[in-house]
Structure formats: structure tokens, C-alpha cells
Design a protein around this ligand. Structure first.
Ligand code: DX5
Ligand code: ZN
Length: 227
């Protein structure tokens, strides 16, 4: 049975790590997902890209459904698409446990978060490096994750934006007292993780660092600060 993401979410104080499947070997996506599970991943992060919102193409609902059948950990779907409302139903049906869309992609963030929650899923809003956090306080009643992008969205292996830890600290202040976690996607590595955790991040997405690590269990333990 699939582990429940809501239960993991509720354990405050625990750092959750999600390997990003954008860095998986495209010829061996299923095998790489299993490697992530074996290494101790809390969930899989799956990037969806439409070639409009970001200049890249990514995972489909059919691939998410196939991953759902292949692994017993939750799936977090990161929609880097224009008009995210068009894609939420298909990815919910495919088996997503959490859906995150970009603040910049819609003027109706509260409505979409409410829709995602209404489907029994965890809800998240991602913010690109130049997007402010001004609206976060108005989303807290329907929000499980503020996902701060540590790189310009669209690719694995991008350069870490230096202002990210400070932005994480601001987001952490804004969500205090709510059930929302602050996460980081992009540029998370053994080098950057400590600063991000210290700033309040408790959900770390890792693509190139995780899949490039020789010892993947150790990579996760390091990101969680277990060793
Ligand atoms: C980038 C994606 C990330 C990406 C992270 O826009 O949303 O999930 O895979 O890759 P790294 O960890 O290599 O920066
Ligand atoms: Zn992502």
C-alpha cells in the first residue's frame, strides 16, 4: 500500500526529501524510481512542462500513472505549465498525491489550491526566483506547501540562486502557525542543504545531486541531516 503523504506531512520537525525524476535516466525511469525508493526517498517529485511556461517538455499523465503502479511512495507533481487548471484533473486521476502549480501561471491560486485539496490531495504553490511571497498569507487556509524555486524553472542542474535561503526564511515566517511546509526545488545539494534547513525548509527536492550521487541512501541522509 502506498505510504500516505499526509501522515508524513504532519510530522513537523522531520525533513522530507523528494528526488526529482527530471534527472532520472529517460531509458530507465521505472528502475530509477525504484532506486529512489530503496534509498529512502519520502516521495517522488515529477516535473510536468508544456514548452510554454518553461522552455522544456516533461512528464505526462500516462507516465505518472505508470510510476504510481511501480512504486509504493507518494508522487508529488510539479506543474510548470500555463493554465494549470487544465491539467489538474488528469494528474489527479493518474495518481498524484500532491499537485503543485506555479503562482505566476494563474491569477486564481486560491481557487486551484482549494480544487486540489477538494480532490483529497495535498496542495502546493511554487514561486520562481523573481516572484514575491506577498500573496502567501492569503492562501494559508488551502495550502500545504510553498515551493521556493532555487533555480530558474525548467531544467535540472541549473545554477543555485543565492537569495534562496533568505526567501525560504521569509516564507517560513509567513506560514508559521499553519500546516504548510516550505520546500525548495532546484540547486539542492550537500552544499546548499544546511543553509536551506536552517532557514526553515523542511521539504527538499533534489535532481542532479541525488541521481548523480554514488551512494544515494547517504545522499538522502545528508539532505535530512541524519549524518
Ligand atoms: C527545475 C525542476 C526541478 C529540477 C531540479 O525547474 O523543477 O525539479 O529537477 O533539479 P536540480 O536538483 O538538479 O536543480
Ligand atoms: Zn520541479
Amino acid at each position: 500500500m502506498t505510504m500516505c503523504l499526509s501522515d508524513a506531512w504532519a510530522k513537523s520537525g522531520e525533513i522530507l526529501v523528494a528526488p526529482s525524476m527530471l534527472s532520472a535516466d529517460p531509458l530507465h525511469i521505472g528502475a530509477d524510481a525504484c532506486v529512489a525508493v530503496e534509498a529512502g526517498a519520502d516521495c517522488l517529485h515529477i516535473d510536468v512542462m508544456d514548452g510554454h511556461f518553461v522552455p522544456n517538455l516533461g512528464y505526462t499523465p500516462a507516465q505518472v500513472a505508470a510510476l504510481k503502479a511501480a512504486v509504493d511512495i507518494p508522487l508529488e507533481v510539479h506543474l510548470m505549465v500555463a493554465h494549470p487548471e487544465r491539467f489538474i484533473p488528469a494528474f489527479a486521476e493518474a495518481g498524484a498525491d500532491m499537485i503543485v502549480f506555479h503562482r505566476e501561471a494563474t491569477p486564481h491560486a486560491h481557487r486551484l489550491l482549494d480544487d486540489i485539496r477538494g480532490r483529497g490531495l495535498l496542495s502546493g504553490v511554487a514561486v520562481a526566483p523573481t516572484t514575491s511571497l506577498e500573496e502567501v498569507p492569503y492562501l494559508l487556509d488551502v495550502l500545504d506547501l510553498v515551493l521556493i524555486m532555487g533555480v530558474d524553472p525548467g531544467f535540472s542542474g541549473g545554477s543555485f540562486v543565492p537569495s534562496t535561503p533568505e526567501k525560504v526564511a521569509r516564507a517560513t515566517d509567513l506560514v508559521r502557525g499553519s500546516r504548510a511546509r516550505v520546500g525548495v526545488d532546484g540547486g539542492v545539494s550537500a552544499t546548499t542543504a544546511a543553509g536551506l534547513r536552517d532557514a526553515g525548509a523542511s521539504f527538499l527536492v533534489s535532481g542532479s545531486h541525488f541521481f548523480g550521487a554514488a551512494d544515494k541512501a547517504q545522499a538522502i541522509a545528508e539532505l535530512k541531516a541524519l549524518e
